[in-house]
Design a protein around this ligand. Structure first.
Ligand SMILES: Cc1cc2nc3c(=O)[nH]c(=O)nc-3n(C[C@H](O)[C@H](O)[C@H](O)COP(=O)(O)OP(=O)(O)OC[C@H]3O[C@@H](n4cnc5c(N)ncnc54)[C@H](O)[C@@H]3O)c2cc1C
Length: 570
């Protein structure tokens, strides 16, 4: 697995149109240059130039119009969508954000049955417009049930919207804000998604809540007239729409994080490799070597996992919903790993990381944002814990082996997912033990397998009791251990498909063995832990197997060799 290198981009697996779009995007950012990129960030300049670029190249229209709408070759192709995510994160999270919230805004429209609005949306995309997702409210955070945006049905069959929304990206310019609320009729209240135009006179833009290039809006609608043509979905459908949208858009966060880490990595290795202190290069200090190694391994694992999760998402069906575990992990695990990567790199380059002429300074700030969006890490962990029992104890070996899925195709299923929060107990997984077994010759994978066995025993013979299960703090670390096993599984699957160097894989698991031990020690010292639980947790306490020769080889061949490979044009 390679890091994205804008000097030598490899999009050979994409069709010509998609490849050209990626290359033009690189060209756009490189020609504008680093000083302009950073100046705009420091001065919090709204990214109208980038939006002009995307309009000219029809970037959002190409990437976010599904088959059957817009151009004859339209398709919602998650592979090229991920690559674009990666690129935008690489050049700055602000550019990524306007695209991400456009996608969030578009998805309830593509999920809906409102054909008139879908056709209008395809046209708006062609015209270069942006979109917004009006879900969050100031008072309610993650608690969507409490939403109090109100749509009232009038006697003539039309509707009137009243209420306010908070934290709505692109809320200043969006051609359509897909807005979530409640529909009030004589008889009842039910959920509803409807479309509003941010330029309508009854749409009141109150403020930008953040101080950045982004516009994250508070807006109010007052007696805003809505017709049947603006309604996207009602009742259970509206509820499912909000969750289905997040279920697939949340992977973008992981890719944004990968892009940030890649750019930060180039800056760090180039700086450290040139800096000489106490008669040696910084890259020769042993702690720096370890930090670079950990940062590199975490980053490569992030990419392997995110690519593989994409395969599961693209091949999903009503019979195979494994992506409902893997997608939240791209969101929470990949983005928190990204925090670790930037943290390690910052420990290396120290003061340089805060220089205003460095992308790194933005990376430090932006990498923190991703775990907080589209549901916090906690909310996602609570969600995926529901899969833990089936993952370990009720596997389905008849599930198909998913091939690498990078081909040009329309991922229609994403708009037909149905209820993404029901029937979790019926979702099964293939056998993780089979996947690990193939790599058991690698010393650190072997140790990880032993740790996994002890964790499974912990779950089987010392499962958290009722009060521990109700204690989210306790369960979050259990969740870290569970997701580490699922994470490692997909990393291995992709490493095989991608023909990764096994020395790199072994070093990735060096990191994972230490992480597993760390999580076990956190649970071990919890106030409510029982003695039997501690006994099983001790089985997880392991050390990784060192191999200096291989460590040095990977360090030289994969890490030091990145020094000077890429620097953004001034
Ligand atoms: C820069 C930015 C851009 C955003 N853009 C958009 C946008 O375009 N559209 C949009 O609709 N929203 C947007 N949001 C809102 C974002 O998605 C919310 O931050 C998110 O939904 C969480 O809400 P909250 O931050 O208010 O946290 P809260 O929901 O208030 O949560 C507070 C704490 O409680 C915890 N918690 C909540 N529920 C549970 C639970 N069930 N179990 C355990 N712990 C729980 C959380 O983990 C958190 O630590 C944006 C936010 C920011 C900061």
């Amino acid at each position: 697995m390679k890091l994205l290198n804008p000097n030598k981009p490899d999009y050979s697996f994409l069709d010509e149109k998609s490849r050209n779009l990626m290359l033009k995007t690189i060209e756009y950012f490189e020609n504008r240059g680093k000083s302009k990129l950073l100046d705009d960030d420091h001065n919090k300049v709204w990214y109208s130039e980038f939006l002009e670029f995307q309009k000219k190249e029809k970037a959002f229209s190409i990437l976010m119009t599904p088959k059957g709408y817009g151009e004859s070759d339209s398709r919602w192709d998650s592979t090229r969508i991920m690559e674009f995510n990666n690129l935008l994160g690489f050049y700055g999270l602000a550019y990524w954000y306007t695209w991400q919230v456009s996608m969030l805004g578009l998805s309830p429209i593509w999920i809906s049955k409102n054909e008139t609005l879908k056709k209008r949306t395809a046209k708006l995309l062609e015209d270069g417009e942006i979109f917004a997702f009006g879900l969050s409210e100031k008072e309610h955070g993650a608690d969507l049930i409490g939403s109090d945006m109100m749509l009232t049905k009038n006697p003539d069959g039309s509707y009137t919207a009243n209420g306010d929304k908070f934290y709505i990206g692109n809320g200043n310019k969006a051609a359509i804000v897909s807005t979530f609320g409640k529909l009030k009729t004589d008889r009842r209240e039910e959920f509803v998604f409807f479309a509003v135009d941010s330029r309508h006179k009854n749409y009141n833009l109150v403020q930008n809540i953040v101080t950045s290039q982004n516009y994250v809006a508070e807006f109010q609608v007052k007696d805003y007239p809505i017709t049947e043509e603006d309604i996207l979905s009602v009742g259970r459908e509206a509820w499912d729409t909000s969750l289905s949208t997040i279920a697939f858009c949340k992977v973008n966060l992981g890719w944004g994080s990968i892009g940030i880490c890649e750019h930060a990595f180039y800056e760090s290795i180039t700086h450290a490799s040139k800096r000489r202190l106490f008669n040696q290069y910084v890259t020769e200090f042993t702690q720096v070597k370890q930090l670079f190694m950990d940062a590199y391994c975490r980053l490569i694992a992030m990419k392997h996992f995110a690519y593989r999760a994409n395969d599961y998402m693209r091949t999903a069906s009503d019979k195979d919903k494994r992506y409902l575990l893997f997608n939240p992990m791209v969101k929470m695990k990949v983005t928190t790993q990204g925090q670790d990567v930037v943290g390690h790199l910052w420990d290396i380059i120290a003061a340089k990381g805060l220089n205003k002429d460095q992308y790194f300074e933005m990376a430090i700030r932006d990498i923190q944002m991703l775990p907080k969006l589209e549901g916090t890490v906690h909310v996602n962990m609570v969600l995926v814990l529901r899969f833990m029992k089936n993952f370990f104890f009720d596997k389905d070996i008849s599930l198909p082996k998913i091939p690498m899925s990078r081909e040009a195709k329309d991922d229609t299923y994403l708009f037909n997912q149905g209820a993404t929060t029901k029937g979790f107990d019926k979702i099964k997984f293939h056998d993780y033990e089979e996947v690990y077994k193939e790599f058991a010759n690698l010393p650190n994978v072997k140790t990880f397998i032993e740790q996994t066995k002890s964790f499974k025993d912990f779950l089987e013979f010392a499962y958290p009791d009722n009060s521990q299960r109700e204690d989210i703090d306790f369960m979050l670390t259990i969740g870290e251990m569970f997701t580490l096993v699922a994470y490692g599984m997909l990393v291995l699957e992709n490493a095989k498909l991608d023909k990764e160097d096994m020395d790199v894989v072994n070093l990735i698991f060096d990191v994972f063995v230490r992480d597993f031990t760390k999580y076990a020690s956190i649970v071990y010292s919890k106030a409510s832990v029982h003695e039997t639980q501690q006994k099983h947790l001790l089985g997880i306490f392991k050390k990784s197997t060192p191999n200096k020769e291989k460590f040095d080889k990977v360090y030289n061949d994969y890490i030091l060799s990145l020094a000077g490979v890429y620097e953004m044009k001034a």
